[in-house]
Design a protein. Sequence first.
Length: 622
Amino acid sequence: MTMGRDGKSFLPMSRHEMQRLGWDVCDVIMLTGDAYIDHPSYGVAVIARLLESCGLRVGVIAQPNPNRLTDFSQLGRPRMFFGVTSGCADSMINNYSPTKRPRKFDNYSAGRLTGRRPDHAVVVYGQALKQVFPETPVILGGIEAGLRRLAHYDYFDDAVLAGTLTGSGADLLVYGQGEKAVRDIVKCFRHGTGIEGCRGVRGVAWRAAPEDHLDKVVGKDRIDLPDYDDVVRDKDAFLRMAKSDLSNFDPWHAKPMTQRYADHVLVVNPPQPPMTTQELDAVYELPFVRTPHPRYKKQGAIPAFETVKFSLMTHRGCHAGCSFCAIFAHQGRFVTSRSEGNVLGEARLVSKFRYFRGVVSNIGGPVGNVYGTRCAKQEPGAEEANRDACARASCTYPEPCRNLNTTQRPYLNLLREALKIDGVKQAFIASNFRYDLIENDPDGEELFLLILSRFTGGMFKPAPMHVSDAVMRRLRKYAADQTPRFFDKCVATFKKLGRSGVEIVPYVMASHPGSTMEDALEVAQFMRERGIESTQIQDFVPMPGTASACMHYTGVDPLTDEKVYRPLAHRERKLQRALLQYRRPDNARFVREALTVAGRTDLIGDGPGCLVPAAGPGDEGA
Ligand code: SF4
């Protein structure tokens, strides 16, 4: 067995490692598009360790080469099934930049080497496994498989594609957080009902035969989505599909959904209810080695691991419901928080690592101060809150829902206790945090001061994503008046704390549906008025299954039925991006062009309020 730290051993990645464990066969083989890192931040490692805790023998195949089928049979045929994921991110997002150029680096591969994961990885892996082991069940999971479970728009192929279960030839698909569904699937295999028996498991998708009587095999109380062919041909059909899917998320009321394809009917069962704190705590108590497998030792560092090795993930899910967010779409809106003791236990464990230097790089989740908040529907015996299905697109936008408990006290306590851990000299919050929750909670002020005084280094990176009201309404992130108020509060608070040297670097999004050149200009002027030197940009890429992807493809907001302006042209996206970083000298000519397009040449020059100097002699392209 391949030993790791503290007597813990890695799951086998080769026949040799299996033999050393005395195994002839694995029960389950997990296949991933990332390098194998046995850490709780990696979904494949969590599911593999969870299966092991169910008493199963689990092997791992990482980054097999689709052109070498022996890569897929290197551990033989599993007794139960293959579990397949593209890795922590969608393979297309990992392989291509927002301008659709191949990326130069891959942060999930040793040595940052690219080309280790095919495009549309879960589809390609599924097809390869079915070629090598046609009879062995293949179960897809993870963010790519889940967000692409229905017919979806792919930005990089600029086309509507079939759901991943259809394209891959796999037998089942687990969407969302997989722990509960995987436990149920193992029960089915143990009861001898195999993959057929999994048709009743929540949180999975499966294929029915075209002749199957859906009232019988799925039930009458279901949502029949537009057929795949209609969704490909007709944007109104696509819109109808998106609206149904986006509103069918409440696990206490959701219905099965069906989508007809030429030779089968895709059935998506209702989602699993959110995990409990005890269930999530148990995940973090699994025997992870918490490092990459030794086989990568000589291949160079894996940047994605460097990011998480001293980071404490405190919860899953986010109730904000931002329209563009893949994490929200994948982890769901019902927040499950780990117990304080469980997180602090992990902090103590990490603080004893040989190469720990006293700095915890992050304490948080998708959004930090969502820790400990939850919907009343999640409370035990929540009949009243659960009488009706939730129909809101977001729990916080435009104002927090009455069912949402936004307490900031748990996060405040956790951060304080974390600083008391022996060996912890400094801790940071790299996660985003929601300032509307801070504003609306009695403990918010105390938490805000603690974050700015003790958990912020030389740079402070709030994520407003935009400032224009028109765009904020499409992003569903904050009400337009919250961001200026928050920024001014930050500047004043850093001054009060004697930390005026901290640089505020906002995280903003370029070219989201709804964003015109004038809206991008509004961000530039907002930054200039506050003397903000630099911004971090996220160039909008529509993630399958999100409301923003539907806006981008159809030109209609599926949550309001309003028509939406879309900056589709490459040139316009470039100009909007340049405005958001108007101070960069290499953007000057694009900023001048953008201001001309926006009819604001008055902002070109040296006058007050100007964003860019006039073109001088030698300024190519003016
Ligand atoms: S907090 Fe409100 S909006 Fe959010 S899930 Fe619960 S009921 Fe729905």
